[in-house]
Design a binder for this molecule. Structure first.
Ligand code: 6PG
Length: 481
Protein backbone atom coordinates (compact mmCIF):
# COMPACT_ATOMS: atom_id res chain seq x y z
CA UNK A 1 0.00 0.00 0.00
CA UNK A 2 1.46 3.34 -1.10
CA UNK A 3 0.23 6.54 0.45
CA UNK A 4 2.24 9.13 -1.46
CA UNK A 5 0.27 9.72 -4.66
CA UNK A 6 -3.29 10.89 -5.11
CA UNK A 7 -6.17 8.58 -5.87
CA UNK A 8 -7.76 8.45 -9.31
CA UNK A 9 -11.09 7.54 -7.74
CA UNK A 10 -12.63 7.27 -4.30
CA UNK A 11 -15.33 5.06 -2.86
CA UNK A 12 -17.49 6.14 0.07
CA UNK A 13 -19.76 3.54 1.62
CA UNK A 14 -17.74 0.41 2.27
CA UNK A 15 -20.39 -2.20 2.92
CA UNK A 16 -19.85 -5.30 0.83
CA UNK A 17 -20.69 -3.81 -2.60
CA UNK A 18 -18.61 -0.65 -2.04
CA UNK A 19 -15.75 -2.62 -0.56
CA UNK A 20 -15.66 -5.04 -3.49
CA UNK A 21 -15.83 -2.27 -6.08
CA UNK A 22 -12.95 -0.51 -4.33
CA UNK A 23 -10.92 -3.74 -4.27
CA UNK A 24 -11.70 -4.40 -7.93
CA UNK A 25 -10.45 -0.91 -8.84
CA UNK A 26 -7.29 -1.37 -6.76
CA UNK A 27 -6.63 -4.82 -8.21
CA UNK A 28 -6.66 -3.17 -11.64
CA UNK A 29 -3.89 -0.82 -10.59
CA UNK A 30 -5.95 2.26 -9.73
CA UNK A 31 -5.23 4.14 -6.55
CA UNK A 32 -8.46 4.24 -4.56
CA UNK A 33 -9.37 6.59 -1.73
CA UNK A 34 -11.58 4.97 0.88
CA UNK A 35 -14.17 6.49 3.16
CA UNK A 36 -16.98 5.21 5.33
CA UNK A 37 -19.28 6.77 7.88
CA UNK A 38 -17.81 4.56 10.59
CA UNK A 39 -14.02 4.35 10.53
CA UNK A 40 -14.02 0.66 11.42
CA UNK A 41 -15.01 -0.52 7.95
CA UNK A 42 -12.26 1.55 6.31
CA UNK A 43 -9.66 0.16 8.70
CA UNK A 44 -10.87 -3.40 8.16
CA UNK A 45 -10.66 -3.08 4.41
CA UNK A 46 -7.08 -1.82 4.58
CA UNK A 47 -6.10 -4.48 7.13
CA UNK A 48 -7.63 -7.37 5.21
CA UNK A 49 -7.06 -6.36 1.61
CA UNK A 50 -4.46 -3.58 1.73
CA UNK A 51 -1.97 -5.73 -0.15
CA UNK A 52 -4.27 -6.04 -3.19
CA UNK A 53 -3.41 -2.55 -4.46
CA UNK A 54 -3.05 1.12 -3.62
CA UNK A 55 -5.60 2.38 -1.11
CA UNK A 56 -5.69 5.75 0.60
CA UNK A 57 -7.86 5.46 3.72
CA UNK A 58 -9.54 8.70 4.75
CA UNK A 59 -11.27 9.29 8.04
CA UNK A 60 -13.17 12.47 7.21
CA UNK A 61 -14.99 13.74 4.15
CA UNK A 62 -12.38 16.50 3.73
CA UNK A 63 -9.48 14.10 3.97
CA UNK A 64 -11.19 11.87 1.39
CA UNK A 65 -11.74 14.73 -1.06
CA UNK A 66 -8.16 15.98 -0.57
CA UNK A 67 -6.84 12.52 -1.47
CA UNK A 68 -8.39 12.66 -4.94
CA UNK A 69 -6.86 13.77 -8.22
CA UNK A 70 -8.70 16.49 -10.14
CA UNK A 71 -11.30 16.24 -11.52
CA UNK A 72 -12.31 14.25 -8.47
CA UNK A 73 -14.30 11.11 -8.97
CA UNK A 74 -16.32 10.04 -5.96
CA UNK A 75 -18.28 6.79 -6.03
CA UNK A 76 -21.12 6.65 -3.54
CA UNK A 77 -22.21 3.15 -2.59
CA UNK A 78 -24.82 3.60 0.10
CA UNK A 79 -28.48 2.71 0.50
CA UNK A 80 -30.77 4.23 -2.13
CA UNK A 81 -33.01 7.08 -1.02
CA UNK A 82 -32.36 9.44 1.90
CA UNK A 83 -28.87 8.04 2.75
CA UNK A 84 -27.72 8.86 -0.80
CA UNK A 85 -29.01 12.44 -0.53
CA UNK A 86 -27.28 12.79 2.85
CA UNK A 87 -23.91 11.71 1.42
CA UNK A 88 -24.32 14.01 -1.60
CA UNK A 89 -25.11 16.91 0.72
CA UNK A 90 -22.02 16.12 2.76
CA UNK A 91 -19.65 16.07 -0.22
CA UNK A 92 -20.98 18.74 -2.56
CA UNK A 93 -19.65 21.69 -0.49
CA UNK A 94 -16.19 20.12 -0.65
CA UNK A 95 -16.17 19.58 -4.41
CA UNK A 96 -15.47 21.88 -7.36
CA UNK A 97 -16.78 22.44 -10.86
CA UNK A 98 -15.94 19.52 -13.13
CA UNK A 99 -15.81 16.97 -10.30
CA UNK A 100 -17.85 13.80 -10.68
CA UNK A 101 -20.14 12.07 -8.20
CA UNK A 102 -21.13 8.53 -9.11
CA UNK A 103 -24.14 6.90 -7.45
CA UNK A 104 -23.55 3.20 -7.97
CA UNK A 105 -26.49 2.05 -5.83
CA UNK A 106 -29.90 0.87 -7.03
CA UNK A 107 -31.43 4.37 -7.10
CA UNK A 108 -34.74 5.17 -8.74
CA UNK A 109 -33.95 6.91 -12.02
CA UNK A 110 -36.32 9.77 -11.18
CA UNK A 111 -34.20 10.54 -8.09
CA UNK A 112 -31.12 10.37 -10.30
CA UNK A 113 -32.64 12.86 -12.73
CA UNK A 114 -33.45 15.20 -9.88
CA UNK A 115 -29.97 14.94 -8.37
CA UNK A 116 -28.27 15.29 -11.75
CA UNK A 117 -30.21 18.46 -12.55
CA UNK A 118 -29.44 20.00 -9.14
CA UNK A 119 -25.72 19.22 -9.34
CA UNK A 120 -25.44 20.27 -12.98
CA UNK A 121 -26.33 23.79 -11.82
CA UNK A 122 -23.29 23.70 -9.59
CA UNK A 123 -21.09 22.39 -12.42
CA UNK A 124 -20.76 18.95 -10.82
CA UNK A 125 -21.37 15.83 -12.90
CA UNK A 126 -23.74 13.40 -11.26
CA UNK A 127 -23.54 9.96 -12.77
CA UNK A 128 -26.27 7.49 -11.80
CA UNK A 129 -24.70 4.14 -12.53
CA UNK A 130 -26.34 0.73 -12.62
CA UNK A 131 -24.06 -2.00 -11.33
CA UNK A 132 -25.13 -5.60 -11.61
CA UNK A 133 -23.57 -8.83 -10.53
CA UNK A 134 -23.96 -8.86 -6.79
CA UNK A 135 -20.98 -9.05 -4.44
CA UNK A 136 -18.97 -11.38 -6.62
CA UNK A 137 -19.58 -9.30 -9.71
CA UNK A 138 -18.49 -6.12 -7.95
CA UNK A 139 -15.20 -7.80 -7.09
CA UNK A 140 -14.48 -9.81 -10.22
CA UNK A 141 -16.20 -7.79 -12.95
CA UNK A 142 -19.75 -6.47 -12.94
CA UNK A 143 -21.87 -5.17 -15.76
CA UNK A 144 -21.78 -1.39 -15.42
CA UNK A 145 -24.44 0.99 -16.77
CA UNK A 146 -23.41 4.62 -16.28
CA UNK A 147 -25.72 7.49 -17.17
CA UNK A 148 -24.85 11.18 -16.78
CA UNK A 149 -23.01 13.49 -19.11
CA UNK A 150 -20.84 12.32 -22.02
CA UNK A 151 -18.07 14.46 -20.59
CA UNK A 152 -18.05 12.56 -17.30
CA UNK A 153 -17.70 9.29 -19.20
CA UNK A 154 -14.42 10.50 -20.71
CA UNK A 155 -12.68 10.20 -17.37
CA UNK A 156 -14.88 7.60 -15.73
CA UNK A 157 -15.38 5.31 -18.73
CA UNK A 158 -11.83 3.93 -18.94
CA UNK A 159 -11.83 3.07 -15.22
CA UNK A 160 -15.23 1.40 -15.31
CA UNK A 161 -14.51 -0.44 -18.54
CA UNK A 162 -11.30 -1.66 -16.95
CA UNK A 163 -13.04 -3.24 -13.95
CA UNK A 164 -16.14 -4.51 -15.75
CA UNK A 165 -16.70 -8.05 -16.95
CA UNK A 166 -15.39 -8.80 -20.45
CA UNK A 167 -17.08 -10.89 -23.12
CA UNK A 168 -15.12 -11.66 -26.29
CA UNK A 169 -12.66 -9.04 -25.09
CA UNK A 170 -15.34 -6.34 -24.96
CA UNK A 171 -16.05 -4.54 -21.68
CA UNK A 172 -19.54 -4.93 -20.20
CA UNK A 173 -19.81 -1.19 -19.68
CA UNK A 174 -21.01 1.63 -21.88
CA UNK A 175 -22.29 5.15 -21.51
CA UNK A 176 -26.00 4.37 -21.58
CA UNK A 177 -27.35 7.90 -21.97
CA UNK A 178 -27.82 11.21 -20.17
CA UNK A 179 -28.89 11.82 -16.55
CA UNK A 180 -30.99 8.89 -15.24
CA UNK A 181 -30.56 6.56 -18.25
CA UNK A 182 -28.12 4.27 -16.44
CA UNK A 183 -30.40 3.71 -13.49
CA UNK A 184 -33.40 3.33 -15.79
CA UNK A 185 -31.65 0.58 -17.74
CA UNK A 186 -30.55 -1.09 -14.49
CA UNK A 187 -34.15 -0.96 -13.28
CA UNK A 188 -35.36 -2.73 -16.42
CA UNK A 189 -32.50 -5.22 -16.04
CA UNK A 190 -33.93 -6.09 -12.65
CA UNK A 191 -37.47 -6.30 -14.03
CA UNK A 192 -36.24 -8.78 -16.63
CA UNK A 193 -34.37 -10.58 -13.84
CA UNK A 194 -37.68 -11.01 -11.98
CA UNK A 195 -39.40 -12.34 -15.11
CA UNK A 196 -36.55 -14.72 -15.91
CA UNK A 197 -36.53 -16.07 -12.34
CA UNK A 198 -40.30 -16.53 -12.33
CA UNK A 199 -40.24 -18.42 -15.64
CA UNK A 200 -37.48 -20.69 -14.37
CA UNK A 201 -39.45 -21.27 -11.16
CA UNK A 202 -42.56 -22.16 -13.17
CA UNK A 203 -40.51 -24.63 -15.21
CA UNK A 204 -39.40 -26.29 -11.98
CA UNK A 205 -42.96 -26.40 -10.67
CA UNK A 206 -44.23 -27.98 -13.88
CA UNK A 207 -41.46 -30.56 -14.07
CA UNK A 208 -42.21 -31.55 -10.52
CA UNK A 209 -46.01 -31.22 -10.42
CA UNK A 210 -46.85 -32.46 -13.91
CA UNK A 211 -43.71 -34.44 -14.80
CA UNK A 212 -43.16 -36.06 -11.41
CA UNK A 213 -39.43 -35.23 -11.42
CA UNK A 214 -37.55 -34.87 -8.11
CA UNK A 215 -35.54 -31.71 -7.36
CA UNK A 216 -32.30 -33.61 -8.02
CA UNK A 217 -33.62 -34.76 -11.38
CA UNK A 218 -34.75 -31.25 -12.23
CA UNK A 219 -31.26 -29.99 -11.30
CA UNK A 220 -29.96 -32.36 -13.95
CA UNK A 221 -32.50 -31.15 -16.51
CA UNK A 222 -31.41 -27.55 -15.89
CA UNK A 223 -27.77 -28.56 -16.13
CA UNK A 224 -28.47 -29.98 -19.59
CA UNK A 225 -30.40 -26.90 -20.63
CA UNK A 226 -27.47 -24.81 -19.55
CA UNK A 227 -25.38 -26.25 -22.33
CA UNK A 228 -27.92 -25.18 -24.97
CA UNK A 229 -29.62 -21.95 -25.98
CA UNK A 230 -30.75 -21.29 -22.39
CA UNK A 231 -27.13 -21.14 -21.21
CA UNK A 232 -27.20 -18.46 -18.53
CA UNK A 233 -26.14 -17.61 -15.01
CA UNK A 234 -29.69 -17.96 -13.66
CA UNK A 235 -30.15 -21.46 -15.15
CA UNK A 236 -26.73 -22.46 -13.82
CA UNK A 237 -27.43 -21.34 -10.25
CA UNK A 238 -30.93 -22.85 -10.38
CA UNK A 239 -29.39 -26.22 -11.12
CA UNK A 240 -27.06 -25.80 -8.15
CA UNK A 241 -29.84 -24.67 -5.79
CA UNK A 242 -31.97 -27.67 -6.80
CA UNK A 243 -29.10 -30.12 -6.40
CA UNK A 244 -28.46 -28.91 -2.87
CA UNK A 245 -29.57 -31.03 0.09
CA UNK A 246 -30.28 -29.42 3.45
CA UNK A 247 -27.74 -30.84 5.86
CA UNK A 248 -29.95 -30.53 8.95
CA UNK A 249 -33.02 -32.32 7.58
CA UNK A 250 -31.59 -34.35 4.71
CA UNK A 251 -34.36 -32.91 2.52
CA UNK A 252 -33.95 -31.13 -0.81
CA UNK A 253 -32.93 -27.59 0.09
CA UNK A 254 -35.78 -26.15 -1.99
CA UNK A 255 -38.29 -27.95 0.24
CA UNK A 256 -37.09 -26.43 3.48
CA UNK A 257 -37.20 -22.82 2.21
CA UNK A 258 -40.39 -20.85 2.98
CA UNK A 259 -42.22 -20.33 -0.32
CA UNK A 260 -42.59 -16.57 0.02
CA UNK A 261 -40.44 -14.55 -2.37
CA UNK A 262 -39.26 -11.17 -1.19
CA UNK A 263 -38.39 -8.07 -3.17
CA UNK A 264 -36.53 -4.87 -2.58
CA UNK A 265 -38.43 -2.75 -5.07
CA UNK A 266 -36.70 -2.51 -8.43
CA UNK A 267 -39.10 -4.99 -10.06
CA UNK A 268 -42.03 -3.02 -8.71
CA UNK A 269 -40.54 0.22 -10.05
CA UNK A 270 -40.17 -1.37 -13.48
CA UNK A 271 -43.86 -2.20 -13.53
CA UNK A 272 -44.91 1.19 -12.19
CA UNK A 273 -42.90 2.94 -14.89
CA UNK A 274 -44.16 0.49 -17.50
CA UNK A 275 -47.69 1.55 -16.61
CA UNK A 276 -46.75 5.23 -16.78
CA UNK A 277 -45.15 4.76 -20.18
CA UNK A 278 -48.02 2.59 -21.41
CA UNK A 279 -45.68 -0.26 -22.34
CA UNK A 280 -47.16 -3.74 -21.93
CA UNK A 281 -44.54 -5.46 -19.79
CA UNK A 282 -46.92 -8.16 -18.65
CA UNK A 283 -44.19 -10.77 -18.11
CA UNK A 284 -42.39 -8.54 -15.63
CA UNK A 285 -45.66 -7.52 -13.99
CA UNK A 286 -46.76 -11.13 -13.48
CA UNK A 287 -43.39 -11.94 -11.96
CA UNK A 288 -43.78 -9.12 -9.44
CA UNK A 289 -47.37 -10.14 -8.69
CA UNK A 290 -46.33 -13.78 -8.32
CA UNK A 291 -43.91 -12.70 -5.59
CA UNK A 292 -46.68 -10.65 -3.96
CA UNK A 293 -49.08 -13.60 -4.11
CA UNK A 294 -46.48 -15.91 -2.60
CA UNK A 295 -46.03 -13.49 0.27
CA UNK A 296 -49.76 -12.98 0.90
CA UNK A 297 -49.79 -15.59 3.66
CA UNK A 298 -53.21 -14.74 5.15
CA UNK A 299 -54.85 -14.80 1.75
CA UNK A 300 -53.16 -18.08 0.87
CA UNK A 301 -54.07 -19.62 4.21
CA UNK A 302 -57.73 -18.59 3.78
CA UNK A 303 -57.81 -20.04 0.26
CA UNK A 304 -56.18 -23.35 1.10
CA UNK A 305 -59.36 -25.44 0.70
CA UNK A 306 -60.48 -24.02 -2.65
CA UNK A 307 -61.24 -26.80 -5.09
CA UNK A 308 -58.97 -27.69 -8.00
CA UNK A 309 -58.49 -30.48 -10.48
CA UNK A 310 -56.88 -33.78 -9.54
CA UNK A 311 -53.15 -33.70 -10.12
CA UNK A 312 -52.24 -36.97 -11.76
CA UNK A 313 -48.78 -36.52 -13.24
CA UNK A 314 -48.23 -37.08 -16.94
CA UNK A 315 -47.45 -40.52 -18.27
CA UNK A 316 -46.42 -42.13 -21.57
CA UNK A 317 -45.36 -40.08 -24.55
CA UNK A 318 -46.59 -36.82 -22.96
CA UNK A 319 -44.14 -37.43 -20.16
CA UNK A 320 -41.36 -38.46 -22.53
CA UNK A 321 -41.40 -35.13 -24.32
CA UNK A 322 -42.41 -33.00 -21.35
CA UNK A 323 -38.97 -31.71 -20.33
CA UNK A 324 -38.28 -30.72 -23.94
CA UNK A 325 -41.67 -29.06 -24.17
CA UNK A 326 -40.98 -27.08 -21.00
CA UNK A 327 -37.63 -26.00 -22.43
CA UNK A 328 -39.43 -24.67 -25.51
CA UNK A 329 -42.04 -22.90 -23.37
CA UNK A 330 -39.34 -21.39 -21.18
CA UNK A 331 -37.36 -20.19 -24.17
CA UNK A 332 -40.36 -18.64 -25.92
CA UNK A 333 -41.60 -16.96 -22.72
CA UNK A 334 -38.12 -15.65 -22.07
CA UNK A 335 -37.95 -14.09 -25.53
CA UNK A 336 -41.25 -12.33 -24.74
CA UNK A 337 -39.99 -11.04 -21.38
CA UNK A 338 -36.82 -9.64 -22.95
CA UNK A 339 -38.76 -8.22 -25.89
CA UNK A 340 -41.00 -6.38 -23.42
CA UNK A 341 -38.06 -5.12 -21.37
CA UNK A 342 -36.23 -3.80 -24.42
CA UNK A 343 -39.42 -2.08 -25.59
CA UNK A 344 -39.63 -0.42 -22.20
CA UNK A 345 -36.08 0.88 -22.56
CA UNK A 346 -36.96 2.14 -26.03
CA UNK A 347 -40.04 3.92 -24.64
CA UNK A 348 -38.06 5.37 -21.72
CA UNK A 349 -35.46 6.63 -24.15
CA UNK A 350 -38.12 8.36 -26.23
CA UNK A 351 -39.85 9.85 -23.17
CA UNK A 352 -36.73 11.21 -21.49
CA UNK A 353 -34.70 12.06 -24.58
CA UNK A 354 -32.02 9.43 -24.08
CA UNK A 355 -30.26 8.11 -27.12
CA UNK A 356 -30.02 4.51 -25.91
CA UNK A 357 -28.38 1.95 -28.17
CA UNK A 358 -30.40 -1.20 -27.43
CA UNK A 359 -27.83 -3.47 -29.07
CA UNK A 360 -25.15 -2.00 -26.84
CA UNK A 361 -27.33 -2.55 -23.75
CA UNK A 362 -27.76 -6.21 -24.76
CA UNK A 363 -24.05 -6.48 -25.30
CA UNK A 364 -23.09 -5.15 -21.84
CA UNK A 365 -25.54 -7.58 -20.25
CA UNK A 366 -23.73 -10.54 -21.80
CA UNK A 367 -21.34 -10.70 -18.86
CA UNK A 368 -21.11 -9.72 -15.22
CA UNK A 369 -24.79 -9.16 -14.51
CA UNK A 370 -27.43 -11.44 -13.02
CA UNK A 371 -29.22 -11.96 -16.35
CA UNK A 372 -26.03 -12.70 -18.27
CA UNK A 373 -26.76 -15.30 -20.90
CA UNK A 374 -25.65 -16.66 -24.23
CA UNK A 375 -29.03 -15.54 -25.53
CA UNK A 376 -27.94 -11.90 -25.19
CA UNK A 377 -25.51 -12.44 -28.06
CA UNK A 378 -28.54 -13.03 -30.27
CA UNK A 379 -30.28 -9.90 -28.95
CA UNK A 380 -27.11 -7.88 -29.58
CA UNK A 381 -27.00 -9.22 -33.15
CA UNK A 382 -30.72 -8.58 -33.71
CA UNK A 383 -30.38 -4.89 -32.82
CA UNK A 384 -27.10 -4.55 -34.72
CA UNK A 385 -28.93 -5.75 -37.81
CA UNK A 386 -32.00 -3.59 -37.25
CA UNK A 387 -31.55 -0.85 -34.62
CA UNK A 388 -35.20 0.25 -34.88
CA UNK A 389 -36.56 -3.28 -34.52
CA UNK A 390 -40.17 -2.89 -33.26
CA UNK A 391 -39.95 -6.06 -31.17
CA UNK A 392 -37.43 -8.85 -30.77
CA UNK A 393 -40.23 -11.24 -31.71
CA UNK A 394 -40.08 -10.16 -35.34
CA UNK A 395 -36.34 -10.45 -35.76
CA UNK A 396 -35.34 -13.42 -37.93
CA UNK A 397 -33.84 -15.90 -35.48
CA UNK A 398 -36.23 -15.21 -32.62
CA UNK A 399 -39.25 -15.26 -34.87
CA UNK A 400 -38.41 -18.74 -36.12
CA UNK A 401 -37.43 -20.09 -32.71
CA UNK A 402 -40.67 -18.88 -31.11
CA UNK A 403 -42.80 -20.13 -34.00
CA UNK A 404 -41.08 -23.50 -33.72
CA UNK A 405 -41.63 -23.50 -29.95
CA UNK A 406 -45.26 -22.55 -29.99
CA UNK A 407 -46.82 -26.02 -30.13
CA UNK A 408 -44.87 -27.07 -27.05
CA UNK A 409 -45.53 -23.72 -25.40
CA UNK A 410 -49.30 -24.09 -25.86
CA UNK A 411 -49.26 -27.71 -24.79
CA UNK A 412 -47.30 -26.99 -21.60
CA UNK A 413 -49.68 -24.18 -20.64
CA UNK A 414 -52.71 -26.37 -21.30
CA UNK A 415 -51.19 -29.11 -19.14
CA UNK A 416 -50.65 -26.53 -16.40
CA UNK A 417 -54.23 -25.28 -16.67
CA UNK A 418 -55.59 -28.83 -16.71
CA UNK A 419 -53.64 -29.82 -13.61
CA UNK A 420 -54.13 -26.54 -11.80
CA UNK A 421 -50.46 -25.55 -11.70
CA UNK A 422 -50.12 -21.76 -11.75
CA UNK A 423 -48.01 -20.50 -14.64
CA UNK A 424 -48.69 -16.76 -14.77
CA UNK A 425 -45.38 -16.04 -16.50
CA UNK A 426 -45.79 -18.61 -19.26
CA UNK A 427 -49.45 -17.77 -19.76
CA UNK A 428 -49.07 -14.03 -19.97
CA UNK A 429 -46.15 -14.40 -22.37
CA UNK A 430 -48.22 -16.51 -24.71
CA UNK A 431 -51.18 -14.14 -24.41
CA UNK A 432 -48.85 -11.27 -25.34
CA UNK A 433 -47.58 -13.19 -28.35
CA UNK A 434 -51.09 -14.03 -29.49
CA UNK A 435 -52.22 -10.48 -28.78
CA UNK A 436 -49.49 -9.00 -30.94
CA UNK A 437 -50.11 -11.31 -33.88
CA UNK A 438 -53.92 -11.04 -33.77
CA UNK A 439 -55.60 -9.69 -36.87
CA UNK A 440 -58.37 -8.10 -34.77
CA UNK A 441 -58.54 -7.63 -31.02
CA UNK A 442 -61.67 -7.34 -28.90
CA UNK A 443 -60.51 -3.81 -28.09
CA UNK A 444 -63.10 -2.79 -30.69
CA UNK A 445 -65.80 -3.98 -28.34
CA UNK A 446 -64.17 -2.15 -25.42
CA UNK A 447 -64.35 1.03 -27.51
CA UNK A 448 -68.04 0.35 -28.17
CA UNK A 449 -68.68 -0.04 -24.46
CA UNK A 450 -66.82 3.15 -23.67
CA UNK A 451 -68.81 5.03 -26.25
CA UNK A 452 -72.06 3.59 -24.89
CA UNK A 453 -71.66 4.55 -21.26
CA UNK A 454 -69.48 7.59 -21.52
CA UNK A 455 -69.67 8.98 -25.05
CA UNK A 456 -65.93 8.47 -25.21
CA UNK A 457 -66.05 8.16 -29.04
CA UNK A 458 -64.31 5.66 -31.28
CA UNK A 459 -62.41 5.57 -34.56
CA UNK A 460 -63.70 3.56 -37.52
CA UNK A 461 -61.85 1.12 -39.72
CA UNK A 462 -63.27 2.63 -42.90
CA UNK A 463 -63.20 6.39 -42.34
CA UNK A 464 -60.99 9.00 -40.71
CA UNK A 465 -62.25 10.90 -37.68
CA UNK A 466 -63.77 10.44 -34.29
CA UNK A 467 -67.30 9.06 -33.96
CA UNK A 468 -70.01 8.80 -31.37
CA UNK A 469 -73.17 6.76 -31.60
CA UNK A 470 -76.25 8.16 -29.85
CA UNK A 471 -77.26 5.05 -27.96
CA UNK A 472 -80.99 4.69 -27.22
CA UNK A 473 -82.18 3.89 -23.75
CA UNK A 474 -82.74 0.28 -24.80
CA UNK A 475 -79.21 0.04 -26.10
CA UNK A 476 -79.92 0.10 -29.83
CA UNK A 477 -78.16 2.76 -31.85
CA UNK A 478 -80.38 5.69 -32.72
CA UNK A 479 -78.07 7.49 -35.05
CA UNK A 480 -74.39 7.90 -35.75
CA UNK A 481 -72.49 11.14 -35.78
C1 6PG B 1 -28.02 -7.22 -9.58
C2 6PG B 1 -29.29 -7.49 -8.80
C3 6PG B 1 -29.37 -6.69 -7.54
C4 6PG B 1 -30.68 -6.83 -6.80
C5 6PG B 1 -30.96 -8.19 -6.31
C6 6PG B 1 -32.10 -8.30 -5.33
O1 6PG B 1 -28.21 -6.84 -10.72
O2 6PG B 1 -26.91 -7.41 -9.09
O3 6PG B 1 -30.36 -7.15 -9.59
O4 6PG B 1 -29.20 -5.37 -7.92
O5 6PG B 1 -30.64 -5.98 -5.72
O6 6PG B 1 -31.19 -9.05 -7.37
O7 6PG B 1 -33.32 -7.90 -5.85
P1 6PG B 1 -34.67 -8.27 -5.09
O8 6PG B 1 -34.37 -8.29 -3.62
O9 6PG B 1 -35.64 -7.22 -5.44
O10 6PG B 1 -35.03 -9.63 -5.57
Amino acid sequence: MRMSKKASIGVTGLAVMGRNLARNLARHGHTVALHNRSEQRTKELVEQFGDEGDFIPAYSAQEFVDALERPRQVVIMVKAGAPTDAVIDEFVPLLEKGDVIVDAGNAHFADTRRREAALREKGIHFVGTGVSGGEEGALHGPSIMPGGSKESYQSLGPLFEDISAKVDGEPCCTHVGADGAGHFVKMVHNGIEYADMQLIAESFDLLRGAGGYSPAEIAEVFRTWNSGRLDSYLIEITSQVLAHTDAASGKPFVDIVADQAEQKGTGRWTVQIGLDLGVPISGIAEAVFARSLSGASNLREASRGLGGPSRAPLTGSALDTFADDVEQALYASKVVAYAQGFNQIQAGGAEYGWDIDLGKVASIWRGGCIIRAKFLNDITAAYAEEPALPTLLTSGGFRKAVEDAQDSWRSVISTAVRLGIPTPGFSTALAYYDGLRAERLPAALVQGQRDYFGAHTYRRVDREGSFHTAWAADGRPESSA
